[in-house]
Design a protein around this ligand. Sequence first.
Ligand code: PGA
Length: 259
Amino acid sequence: MKKLIIANWKMNPKSLEEARSLITRTEHRMNQVADKVQVVVAAPFIYLPPLSHYCHMVKLGAQNMSWLTEGAITGEISAQQLKLFNVSHVILGHSERRLYLGETDSVVNAKIMTALKYKLTPIVCLGGEEDAKQNNMPKIVSRQFGAVTTNLSQKQLEKIIFVYEPVWAISTMEKSVPASSEHAKVMVAYLRKLLAKKIGIARAANMPILYGGTVNRSNVSQFSKHPEISGALVGAASLDSENFWEIIKEFYRESIHRS
Ligand code: PGA
């Protein structure tokens, strides 16, 4: 299984010129790592159409989409519209959407179903809750996992990329504390166990489960060294092409080392 590195640009960068430059710098280097690493860039909606012309090895992702497929919903973007611009992935249930925009587990569940129906790969974040503390993460993740996967078949579950991303570890949160790589490893393994209960151990073992929260060039080797962690969801560090490239390269090196 290839390692997966997903850039979550959030509401950045400030100009299309910067967005183009960021993505092309990664795109031009992808042939050095593409046999072991898949990179997805989740850009703001407005940059997706122009960026689609520059992405060949890098895949394009959205950071959200509507659970409805068409109609009168002001300000929303549909799965079908994303597909028009070669978008292949969509982040769903990010903690910032849960905390600031009131997104609930049942909305995330509906969005997952819609994404799958239109063959978009959902990148589903678990670990976001206002009062989340390190020692109650298993409870939170288990509850969120159960709720967002309600009524999904085994086949549907297998198409999802899950991310363990504790809200307190996100670099831009007030009083942010990066998770230790031990904690990340244990929680990713825990999530895999939850999945195994639904789809069986062998299938769960083949699913990508990522870690997110302040992954950068200085700490990436702490996370990449654990084979349980299939990659990273990267926010702030993905806005600096050199920082982002070091993260990609580190996961690549680790993959080569193990093969
Ligand atoms: P961060 O953000 O890497 O800046 O902590 C990750 C995310 O919120 O997805």
